[in-house]
Design a protein. Structure first.
Length: 333
């Protein structure tokens, strides 16, 4: 493993293949780890202790830091705080409500301007001659929540993305407390916020603690974590978007799932079994199917239930506009 990067191809394992007309056209290598409900490592592939940037899979920690800072987010707002949303009108409405609570406008957001990920919403905007907006950027909910934390605590707004800002210090502390690991590196994420490199095993431990937290915990940290996870499970459309992978998996299988850029996935089954994975080439197209296969192998999800969901996860390989193959996991059941 390089001291300035993540694991190498030699240290990776094959996670998934892409088949076209019975021929394996591409192979995705990476690392993955599975934790049992009690936190024991059940399975590991590749180099799960090598540092990776969780990217948007770190959002549950960031949202938790916001709630721990005294922001009373609930329901759709709590889900949007941890979302990589599709930018639908419904998503943007919730982000606007968060900014209104802080008495701020979209001009306060420091995430980049972008188009919605949702194609129909994007087409409508283009058709009506509207341009990009920070509100449509998939991280705008997280940024609005961060601004709320700043207003609530009297922290500076203009510098809320600075790694030394009190909010970002709180995020790092939350990551370290829940994962038990100090970040190996710090970088600027695509949305402009700091992102911290940690191992997949440590990431799994942190996500598992968040996903299995109880609202009756004597500790505010875990009560707040339970609020976030409950909000996501009750409003799965908010964390991603209708028909998108995270939303489909949460709606249909009851998991807590959060994908991240560059092929990262975290997923916790209802019984607490947790998977984290990273595709080394950065592709996210196999992330969901790999996590689900590993949860099936661990006995945390039923094979029949997962098989029923697979057709809705955009795994088909097309030829002439019709399916001629599929992206499939080679790890797990």
């Amino acid at each position: 493993m390089s001291s300035t990067g993540t694991f190498t191809p030699v240290e990776a394992a094959e996670l998934a293949v892409v088949e076209r007309s019975g021929f394996v056209e591409s192979r995705h290598i990476g690392s993955a780890v599975v934790l049992s409900p009690d936190g024991t490592v059940l399975r590991s592939h590749g180099s799960p202790n090598a540092p990776v940037f969780p990217r948007s899979s770190m959002k549950p920690f960031q949202a938790l830091a916001v709630l721990n800072a005294g922001v009373a987010l609930r329901d759709e707002q709590a889900a949007l705080a941890t979302a990589s949303h599709a930018g639908t009108t419904r998503h943007v409405s919730v982000v606007r409500s968060m900014l209104a609570t802080a008495a701020l406008t979209e001009d306060a957001l420091q995430c980049p301007m972008d188009w919605p990920l949702d194609r129909s919403t994007r087409d409508e905007l283009i058709g009506s001659h509207h341009g990009q907006s920070r509100l449509f950027m998939n991280c705008s909910g997280k940024h609005a929540a961060m601004l709320l934390a700043c207003v609530t605590n009297g922290w500076p707004i203009d510098s809320y993305l600075d790694v030394a800002h009190p909010l970002q210090v709180a995020v790092r502390d939350t990551v370290e407390r829940l994962t038990g690991e100090r970040p190996a590196a710090t970088a600027v994420d695509g949305c402009g916020a700091p992102v911290f490199a940690i191992g997949l095993t440590a990431l799994a431990r942190g996500i598992q603690k968040i996903a299995t937290a109880s609202v009756s915990s004597p500790f505010a940290l875990y009560r707040n974590a339970a609020i976030i996870v409950d909000a996501v499970r009750r409003h799965p459309w908010a964390i991603d978007g209708p028909g998108r992978d995270n939303t489909v998996a949460i709606e249909r299988l009851g998991v807590f799932a959060k994908g991240g850029a560059e092929g990262v996935m975290v997923m916790t089954a209802p019984d607490g079994t947790t998977v984290t994975s990273k595709t080394l080439d950065g592709s996210s197209r196999a992330a969901t199917v790999v996590a689900l296969a590993l949860l099936v192998e661990a006995g945390a999800l039923e094979r029949a239930a997962v098989d029923a969901v697979l057709p809705d996860l955009h795994l088909d390989v097309l030829g002439g506009g019709v399916p001629v193959g599929r992206i499939r996991s080679v790890v797990g059941a």
